[in-house]
Ligand binder design. Structure first.
Ligand code: DLL
Length: 432
């Protein structure tokens, strides 16, 4: 029998969902107008006052908010509560300007953890379970979000964070973990390590909750087969609290968006026009219950499709497909958000020319990042040892900037093909 964390909410009929959304949207617009001068100015620019927004039908009138707004308003410009009422920040990796810093009141954290708890229960979690969380803890939202959700469900929570595979496997076996939460690539890596060490019989996992990056149905099958589990997708972004904006149920055909907290729209990324249900376009969220950082019509840049088709799990909230790509140039490598401009900044700062190429691949279910960069002409005659030392320096600068390892290849001057049009800076070979 299907179990829910908050049954009445998760299975509410559409009229009820709409009633919540209408009421909360009106309240949220008023809250933002009263407390966020930045947003008020944006509304005024469009000739809007809170009275113009009476229901979800009026949502389209509101201006969009984008990552650029977050940059302009960094760090406190979008804050809607006094700092004394905020208890936490979470953040993405990245340089200033690209980095997102989100604020939470205790109430925000509570609702966020409810969303994650819904995802855990949808994956079969109960208080009998041992939930092994190896998303990163710290500024990244993955660890704290699933950790909080796991507490709410009453699971025994293993706050493992990422890395140290031997220790992960030891705890997984000794404490008989039943639910695994991590990025799909790390799940695939753990599955492979378990397979190689012949530990499959000692693993008690039954479910996995994997997200933060794109993963294919093939990858799902592979992880499910290797670990003998059911693998569930989970989606979210730092701007909207973190994981748990949407999550998969037993049907595994898309993720239910927690519509009592988020209103979802699909827009044409070029024109901003709102598209009808079933169209492919950019996902836009309005957070209607967040107090400290309540973004209205936030452009996620994720491309997907929404569907309100009846779901066999009994949940009524609208479903989104797996994200099919992005409408900007952000790459997600090993779950970390990477902008090509960050790599370019490092190269320029270190005196390299702007002739480089970034190659991303997925080998044995793990993302790889290679950066080919032309040597400055004066270095072309350097011996192999000096070149290796130069590469090593670049690797550590890139690691400091991106937070992940990039293999650097210094190549001969003028050896990277010049383009006649736009330079092809990024080659993404992953088939997702
Ligand atoms: O990745 C939050 C998260 C943590 C989600 C743990 C799920 C699990 P950010 O680092 O801000 O937040 O990255 C957000 O990651 O706009 C998507 O492009 C991508 N993304 C997140 N979940 C999925 C997913 C976290 N299930 C960005 N499938 C988003 C594909 C995903 N892409």
């Amino acid at each position: 029998m299907e179990r829910y964390y908050q049954k009445e909410i998760e299975t509410a009929d559409y009229e009820q969902i709409l009633a919540w959304q209408n009421e909360r949207l009106v309240k949220q617009v008023r809250h933002v107008w009263d407390n966020v001068p930045y947003y008020r100015a944006k509304m005024e620019e469009k000739g809007l006052t809170p009275e113009d927004i009476r229901s979800v039908d009026d949502l389209h009138k509101l201006p969009f908010l984008s990552k650029d707004d977050l940059r302009d308003a960094y760090p406190y410009g979008l804050l809607a509560k006094p700092l004394k009422d905020c208890v936490r920040i979470q953040s993405t990796s990245g340089t200033t300007g690209r980095r997102v810093v989100a604020f939470y009141t205790q109430h925000d954290i509570d609702l966020w953890e409810d969303c994650c708890a819904r995802a855990i229960v949808a994956a079969g979690g109960t208080e009998e379970d041992v939930c092994h969380v190896c998303y990163g803890y710290g500024l990244f939202t993955g660890g704290p979000g699933l950790n909080g959700g796991s507490h709410k469900v009453g699971c025994l929570t293993l706050p493992m964070s990422s890395g140290n595979t031997e220790r992960q496997l030891q705890f997984m076996i000794d404490l008989e973990a039943t639910i695994l939460c991590c990025t799909p690539s790390y799940a695939a890596y753990l599955a492979e390590s378990i397979h190689e060490r012949g530990l499959r019989d000692q693993i008690k996992l039954k479910a996995g909750i994997f997200g933060a990056e794109a993963w294919s149905e093939e990858m799902r099958r592979d992880i499910q087969d290797k670990l003998g589990i059911k693998a569930y997708d989970i989606y979210g972004l730092t701007e909207t609290s973190g994981p748990g904006v949407s999550f998969e149920c037993s049907e595994q055909t898309g993720m239910h968006i927690n519509e009592d907290h988020f209103i979802a729209e699909i827009i044409d990324p070029d024109t901003g026009e709102v598209l009808p249900e079933g169209s492919k376009g950019e996902l836009v969220f309005t957070a209607i219950t967040k107090e400290a950082f309540p973004l209205l019509r936030y452009r996620t840049r994720d491309i997907c499709v929404l569907s309100r088709k009846k779901c066999s799990c009994g949940r009524t909230h609208i479903k989104m497909s797996k994200p099919m790509g992005r409408s900007d140039d952000m790459l997600i490598i090993k779950g970390v958000n990477v902008f090509p401009s960050q790599i370019e900044t490092v190269l320029m700062e270190r005196g390299y020319p702007a002739n480089y190429q970034i190659v991303v691949d997925r080998i044995n279910n793990s993302d790889t990042l290679d950066v080919m960069v032309e040597m400055p002409p004066e270095s072309a005659t350097n011996n192999a040892e000096t070149i290796a030392a130069m590469e090593k320096k670049l690797v550590s600068s890139l690691k400091a900037m991106l937070g992940i390892y990039a293999q650097v290849h210094l190549v001969e001057p003028k050896s990277i093909t010049r383009s006649e049009g736009k330079a092809v800076r990024v080659i993404d070979k992953r088939k997702i």
